[in-house]
Design a protein around this ligand. Structure first.
Ligand code: SAH
Length: 366
């Protein structure tokens, strides 16, 4: 499931355009790439300026495996959760999050798209709904970027920001995520700026190093969620392999352009990681790092015995960090009435996993 047509670079496309020995004109790779990434076609038949023979060669070498849009749900706050089905009938979700705030550079309203990088997730964090699905498979680069194209059509405009904070652990699928970044940033596609893309990780240290070596690198977010290894081991098993000290060492080495920062996400769990002592330890851990902290009050889902702290506790935690001059924001839940908020993505419908029979319905086009 690694190579579908939409995963390929223009040069790779050009190489597949012709039967062996022959040669396609140089512009052909660009034409096909534009069809796949600028126009987001679902079939090679739509590539009207590409000769039939060349289209056939493409289709024969590498299939185009478009996603199907299955369900679109809209929350009271305007957040939309999009459920897609892959060619092998796996369900993945993306979330479109509109924001009244104006985008600094473009003056347009900000529109953030949260994309998935895997079907399910292998990281097994105790507080996250996606973890309950277990690991399904990696998404291809084509499947990752297509979430952006379908959401763009649905919203009627391009997202201003992209975050890899949907289902899956991007650094557990880093080759395809890296390829997806290159496709999204390509001038013949959406020409996305890496400054407007954020990759979020549970803290796979080698992945952080590889992401930092990209030039230019996207923004990095780290789901820290605890201030001691004892607690983090318990709620995030990845910590047993990559403990807090190693993780923060990698964060400190991550190359940052002037004025940029690493984002730390911190899910607040009542009685687990929300004490004043936690706040003080967090200040100590992040001292000297160019960073900002996003506090995410835990979003409930059926299952684990966690609780969201009270509004007063959340505020007190924030105030303590603020008093130490740390940039800290509370991430208000978006789309939680349709289970679209952080940590609630599990491709469920009405509380149950999507039954296979539901997956056989014809797709609803965007
Ligand atoms: N696997 C990557 C990308 C997913 S981002 C990562 O963990 O960073 C999803 C974010 O939501 C993470 O910061 C995670 O800590 C947070 N999260 C998970 N479950 C949550 C829940 N139930 N409530 C609030 N935040 C949650």
């Amino acid at each position: 499931m690694d190579l579908d047509l939409r995963s390929l670079t223009p040069a790779e496309l050009a190489a597949r355009l012709v039967p062996e020995g022959a040669r396609a004109p140089d512009y052909r790779g660009e034409q096909v790439f534009r069809w796949l990434h600028e126009h987001a076609v679902d079939s090679t038949d739509e590539m009207t300026n590409v000769p039939q023979k060349a289209r056939d060669a493409l289709g024969a070498s590498t299939p185009l495996r478009p996603l199907r849009t299955d369900v679109v749900q809209e929350a009271r706050d305007g957040t939309r959760k999009l459920r897609f089905l892959t060619v092998d009938d796996r369900a993945i979700e993306s979330v479109l999050i509109p924001d009244d705030q104006k985008d600094d550079a473009s003056e347009r309203d900000r529109l953030t798209l949260c994309v998935s990088s895997q079907v399910g997730c292998a990281m097994d964090c105790g507080f996250c709904a996606t973890a309950t699905l277990g690991y399904g498979r990696n998404l291809t680069a084509g499947e990752i970027v297509e979430q952006v194209y379908r959401a763009t059509k649905l919203a009627g405009r391009r997202p201003t920001n992209l975050v890899f904070m949907g289902m899956g652990e991007p650094m557990h699928n880093l080759d395809n995520v890296t390829r997806a970044l290159a496709l999204l940033e390509h001038p013949w596609g959406l020409h996305f700026s890496p400054r407007r893309i954020t990759v979020s990780t549970v803290g796979l240290v080698p992945g952080i190093e590889k992401l930092g070596a990209l030039s230019p690198a996207p923004n990095l977010a780290i789901s820290l969620n605890a201030t001691t290894d004892e607690v983090r081991d318990r709620i995030m098993p990845v910590n047993r392999k990559w403990p807090i000290a190693k993780l923060l060492e990698a964060a400190r080495k991550f190359p940052l352009a002037h004025g940029r920062y690493v984002t730390f996400e911190y899910v607040l769990l009542a009685g687990v990681n929300d004490s004043d002592a936690d706040a003080d330890r967090l200040i100590g851990l992040l001292r000297g790092l160019s960073c900002k902290v996003n506090l995410i009050p835990w979003n409930p889902f059926q299952g684990p015995a966690f609780e969201r702290p009270s509004a007063e506790r959340i505020r007190a935690f924030q105030d303590r960090l603020r008093a130490a001059s740390m940039p800290v924001y509370i991430r208000t839940p978006r789309g939680d009435d349709i289970d679209a908020a952080c940590g609630q993505l599990a491709a469920r419908e009405h509380g149950a996993l999507v039954p296979a029979s539901r997956l056989e319905r014809p797709a609803r086009p965007v």
